[in-house]
Design a protein. Structure first.
Length: 411
């Protein structure tokens, strides 16, 4: 019957799960099942399958997510579970699935796509660009003592779940690319609810027994094979309640990370990593606990603009008041996208989005999204100093906090 690419059919989900579990060996069935049965946004056409003679041999999955970005809400398409059965590789089947997935995201008016990979060149052929992010690690001090603090730290229980969800909402209301989670998402995708909570979440409480923050962490091994000195702890998620002043934020952050470190010491773990937004209160707490700070560049993330005019118009509408308040700095920002060049023009009374000529100097799409998400520092990446006032008015990432795609949301 030949090869075709199409949306998965409901009765084919178990066959697709079998494919994923074959490609990624191990006890993975429970992990993959949530893509079909634990994601409230899933629709059949979000799973693009390559079918050869009535057999699924390849698949690409889309995770639709609404994410924050300052005052905006953007629709992201996460690319997951890109796979082909070993005996069918090298025939273009997966590339066909990926092209269909991009077309689906375009048709659904998603703003951008995100994926994580170690084979950048493969995805670059389909218009994706590498967008590095930074994380930090450090050896913890061996003389960490119990602290006297206004905040007490303990393991979270199921009755704490509503407070944790509220803190997440507060902490990530404006944070670039933080997923906007509803109760069903917490329950079905993250498996956190009033009926179940992982045992690796700590909460901080003030003197009124109010929960003011939480942290989630897990173990990692520095290499395979590894030794005892290579075992450490990775902080996966962190949040503080709205309304704390800077002194309280610093103290609560220190208490939470201190709680993580005390748990590390009981199991002889020596390295602490932070895979989270590196806000100043987090960095201050980390520096007080670690002997030294090492910065890592993670280049596994790749991004692709979708519906570039709509994305630029959304940015322009969000930025107009800031731009006017900044004195309406003039200029023209042109960006290269997989669909051609598009420009944000600031020569009139309002910001305008226009098609741009191919010969115009254009900034890359990773520059556009890096500035938008706060992953790229404006003072390091402004290509033209004369345009800096315009860039700073349009991309005020510092007002929204550091961007982060939280690991728990991963796909």
């Amino acid at each position: 019957m030949g090869f075709e690419v199409r949306p998965i059919r409901a009765e084919e989900r178990e066959e697709c799960l079998k494919l994923w579990c074959t490609v990624w060996s191990g006890d993975t069935n429970a992990y993959f099942r949530r893509y079909f049965y634990g994601d409230v946004e899933w629709l059949p056409y979000y799973t693009c399958v390559g079918v050869l003679d009535n057999k699924i041999v390849s698949a690409v999955h889309i995770c639709k997510r609404i994410v924050a970005c300052g005052g905006m809400r953007l629709t992201m398409g996460g690319i997951a579970n890109v796979s082909t059965l070993p005996e069918y590789r090298g025939k273009g089947y997966n590339e066909a699935c990926l092209k269909m997935a991009i077309a689906v995201m375009e048709s659904d008016a998603m703003d951008f796509s995100l994926l994580f990979t170690g084979i950048d060149a493969y995805y670059a052929r389909q218009g994706f660009s590498t967008l590095p992010q930074h994380t930090i690690s450090g050896k913890i001090s061996s003389d960490i003592d119990p602290i006297v603090s206004d905040f007490q730290v303990r393991k979270a229980g199921t009755t704490d779940v509503p407070a944790i969800r509220a803190i997440y909402d507060d902490y990530n209301m404006f944070r670039p690319i933080a997923v906007q989670r509803d109760a069903a998402y917490w329950r079905e995708w993250l498996n956190i609810s009033e009926a179940h909570i992982p045992d690796d979440i700590l909460i901080a409480m003030n003197t009124q027994n109010e929960i003011v923050g939480y942290v989630q962490s897990g173990t990692f091994n520095s290499a395979e094979p590894y030794n005892a000195e290579g075992i450490g702890e990775r902080v996966l998620e962190f949040g503080l309640r709205d309304g704390l002043n800077d002194v309280q934020k610093n103290a609560a952050a220190f208490a939470l990370l201190h709680g993580v470190v005390l748990g590390m010491l009981t199991e002889n773990r020596v390295e602490l990593r932070l895979d989270l937004a590196l806000d100043q209160h987090v960095l201050s707490a980390f520096d007080a606990l670690a002997i030294e700070r090492t910065t890592h560049t993670d280049s596994s993330g790749m991004v692709r603009v979708l519906n570039q005019k709509n994305l630029l118009r959304t940015i322009a509408m969000d930025a107009n008041e800031r731009w006017i308040a900044a004195g309406s700095p003039t200029g023209r920002l042109t960006f290269a996208t997989p669909y051609g060049n598009v420009a944000l023009d600031a020569s009139g009374t309002l910001l305008r989005v226009e098609e741009a000529e191919p010969h115009e100097f254009a900034l890359s799409q990773e520059k556009l999204l890096g500035w938008l998400f706060g992953f790229s520092q404006l003072n390091e990446t402004a290509a033209n100093s004369a345009l800096f006032p315009l860039i700073a008015a349009v991309f005020p990432a510092s007002q929204s906090g550091d961007g982060v795609y939280w690991g728990a949301d991963g796909f």
